[in-house]
Write a protein that binds this ligand. Sequence first.
Ligand code: SUG
Length: 441
Amino acid sequence: MTADLNWQEVNFDGLVGPTHNYAGLSVGNKASLSNANATSNPRAAARQGLAKMRLMLSLGVPQGILPPHQRPDPQLLAELGLPASATIDQVPGDLRSIAMSASAMWTANAATVSPSADTGDGRLHITPANLLTIAHRCVEPPQTTAILRTIFSDRHHFMVHEPLPRHSRFSDEGAANHNRVVGDHGQPAIHLFVYGREDGEDLGGPFPRRQTKLAGKLIADSHGLDPSRVVFARQSAKAIDAGAFHNDVVAVVNKTVVFYHEDAFERPLDSLLSEMPPDAPGIHAVQVGRERVPLDAAIRTYLFNSQLVSLPQGKMVLITPDNVNDEDSTRRCLEEIAADPNHPIAEVHTMNLRQSMRNGGGPACLRLRVAMAGPQRDALTGRVLATVSLLDELERWVDHHYRDVLTADDLGDPSLAEESGAALDELTQILQLGSLYPFQQ
Ligand code: SUG
């Protein structure tokens, strides 16, 4: 069945938006806080993202694209009590960075995805994340839902749910806390849902626990996942308090390989695995101990926020941010992996993603994994699967529309929003997505 249906995992990267900036909005995200009010370069950020997509294509890995959001978001303006005609300078000063944030670029937080091989009705199920813990991110779900419903519109193949309710009990950050462990993509998988707190728990701690177990449970049920193949793992308090605000900062899974830091989970991974049914795929756990890479170094460099992908010939490749070269321990760890001929990770590529990294977003944050059979890829709406010529076109579009300097003051300038609107209008034509944005309706 796998070979017949030509299953592939597509990484849908968020195209960095024209308002990419450093506002220091994410408590618990040390990079975001420490770069507050730095000057950003949206053009370089978008180009760095496109360069990552090019690398994936050159490796033979299918690449999808999710467009940025309209900013400011009209629903947010309405919820702030402003008229439909309001411009960003009418938003109170301290809320402007929230209204102009480009944070939808981190599509690992866009949604949780269950491929059709795992779901009750044999469709691909997607639940957009409610992202309600941090103010600027709770703005995202309506536009994310609209974008996903446009691209995954074919109801025969796809089901895009409503986000979970907007209350802290249902706090959900999407695929950044969800992993699919599978032999081949078209086979039934084990779903590993990672959470920071249980319903009703108030654990204190310096930083928020952004994901609840209840959220994962509701998503697993609504997608029709087999309960015996769903595992819930608590993220370690130590990791969250050290700045791993999402589990994908300290762990990454590809197929059956789990590459993770010793301090990622509250319980050892092998004890979690003992809960899996006997016919589940065997897991290849690649744990990196704290003696080898201290937790702080892993979080500073985003070693585990790498993309771990299988090439068409089966070889596994790790795409890491080049920040891993800033620390001896992480650099050495990768050198050892690359030098070991028996290691499941056969190759390591480093990429300059520093514009995104300064906001705490590495390679794995920038992508949403969607494993699909061939007919499902054919059923996607729009020109959202990358080719070299589409990436060339997008690069020209970025160069034409994006600023290369953006300061905190610029966010309150209505001309930035106007320029962004013109850019997004053209983007919907390039991607053939019709009247996608609120301003086009
Ligand atoms: O939610 N940063 C994002 C980074 C998201 C990373 N995603 C994953 N780990 N999957 C966040 O904290 C910073 C924006 C600012 O400060 O301007 C921000 O939203």
